[in-house]
Design a protein around this ligand. Structure first.
Ligand code: PLP
Length: 461
């Protein structure tokens, strides 16, 4: 059926949506009983839906993206000005915003030096995998082709990104997958796999065990989220990152850090890895890079990695033979440059640290009050509460009940998220990640809503 949509009439818009839009990550049967929510406006931390209802967005656009908040005219203006002047050119030609954003980005990433543009987090990770694979061919006769990834981490939706995903339910029914992606154990101490004091070191040692099992001469890369996002907001325990660094150096393995969620201030530093003093070889980023005002992602490398692709007469195919058509669109870097200026001028990293500490303190109090909160974790404005049916056994709270908590928070005017559906135990963490502009009053409003919603649902159990 074709419905002629009149954008001024929202019933037409909803009909057009229901008739023609295939929504992401949704069982469409749900739209038989509820209409899709059409978000029509946003300002700061707040959004309005088609019914005029105002909500506080505590998930930055649903998936940790709108770091500087909604309605930023200066980003829209910068993009508009750039597009009317010069919107696009691909390949060896450059653009003013691409050069200036790369320079600014690198100034916040000591040790890194080259920025490769593309359009999504998945794509940025695919580029990194191709770099690691090509280096394996150029330097190690193709042998060092394996890429390790961690259980519960997520790196995107394309086939190789799914092959490197630690959330199996996302990959089911999409195989077969390319070879050479090998899983290492997660590092969530709350669901400990080892009974040891020094958990961070032990969890990192598990990576070395996998390397030794696979053969170090076959392992070329290790991809990790600095803090696991969709897999349950997992901050690696102390001792984890230094040991990971040591292992990568010992076996000559490229360390690729996926900053798609944590990048651009989300944790209170420019990048999540900077909280842990680690030195990556490759860093990928997307969501917060332009806060959703334009599609842009980056694969950032050290000069050492870049050098491995420099001209070599003996290997005419040895340069990085890759392109993303829209990596040449200037809207992305123009938006990203303005986004970074806002983060700096408004001191939003510091705000993230302060408001993050306030949120954590509130969540700890909520945990102390409610038996169904098993664990609270996170960093900056990126935090989660793991809900359990029983604190002693840590049995995860049923996903349907977790969904009722999310809905009860929504009924109080605050949008929060929960980590991925399906496998038991993975879907019971509430996610809180407001834009980095959140004020103390916003944080209190979010925490009040979560507190009251948990009390309401817990009383029915
Ligand atoms: N990496 C991480 C850590 C993510 O959370 C995501 C998306 O949620 C991706 C990569 C994929 O990004 P995109 O959806 O832009 O392809």
């Amino acid at each position: 059926m074709n419905v002629a949509a009149n954008p001024n009439d929202l019933s037409d818009v909803i009909a057009a949506d229901k008739a023609n839009v295939w929504h992401h990550l949704v069982q469409h049967a749900m739209f038989e009983t509820v209409d899709p929510k059409i978000i029509v406006e946003g300002k700061g931390l707040r959004v309005w839906d088609a019914t005029g209802r105002e909500m506080i967005d505590a998930v930055s656009g649903g998936v940790w993206t709108v770091n500087v908040g909604y309605g930023r005219e200066r980003i829209a203006d910068a993009v508009r000005d750039q597009l009317v002047k010069m919107n696009y050119f691909a390949g060896a030609s450059g653009s003013i915003p691409a050069a200036l954003f790369a320079q600014k980005l690198i100034s916040k990433m000591p040790g890194m030096s080259r920025v490769y543009y593309s359009n999504s987090g998945s794509e940025a990770n695919e580029k990194a995998y191709k770099m690691i694979r090509q280096i394996a061919h150029k330097k190690y006769g193709g042998k060092k082709y394996k890429i390790l990834f961690r259980e519960r981490d997520y790196h995107g939706t394309t086939i190789a990104a799914l092959a490197s995903g630690g959330q199996p339910e996302r990959a089911m029914q999409y195989g077969p997958f390319p070879e050479g992606f090998i899983q290492v154990p997660h590092c969530l101490e709350y669901r400990a796999q080892w009974d040891v004091e020094d958990y961070g070191r032990r969890a990192a040692d598990a990576i070395e065990e996998v390397i030794l099992r696979e053969g170090p001469e076959t392992v070329g890369g290790l991809v990790l989220e600095p803090i696991t996002a969709g897999g349950g907001v997992i901050v690696p325990p102390e001792g984890y990152w230094p040991r990971v660094q040591e292992i990568c150096e010992k076996y000559d393995i490229l360390l690729h850090i996926d900053e798609v969620v944590c990048g651009m201030g989300r944790t209170g530093e420019w990048f999540g890895y900077q909280n842990f003093g680690v030195k990556p070889d490759i860093v990928t980023m997307a969501k917060g890079v332009a806060s959703g005002y334009a599609a842009i992602s980056c694969t950032v490398t050290t000069e050492r990695v870049f050098d491995m692709f420099k001209d070599d007469a003996s290997d005419p195919l040895g340069y990085f033979r890759d392109i993303s058509t829209f990596g040449g669109c200037t809207a992305g870097p123009a938006a990203a440059l303005e986004n970074m200026k806002i983060l700096e001028e408004e001191n939003l990293l510091q705000n993230t640290k302060e408001r993050g500490a306030q949120l954590m303190a509130r969540l700890e109090k909520i945990k102390a009050k409610h038996e169904i909160v098993g664990d609270v974790r996170g960093m900056g404005l990126f935090q989660g509460l793991e809900l359990v049916a029983n604190r002693e056994t840590k049995a995860p709270l049923d996903e349907k009940i977790v969904a009722r908590v999310v809905a009860a928070v929504g009924a109080r005017g605050v949008m929060i998220g929960m980590t991925n559906r399906s496998l038991p135990g993975l879907n019971n963490t509430l996610c809180l990640s407001p834009a980095l502009i959140a004020t103390a009053a916003d944080i209190d409003a979010i925490a009040d809503a979560v507190d009251a919603a948990i009390a309401e649902i817990a009383a029915t159990l």
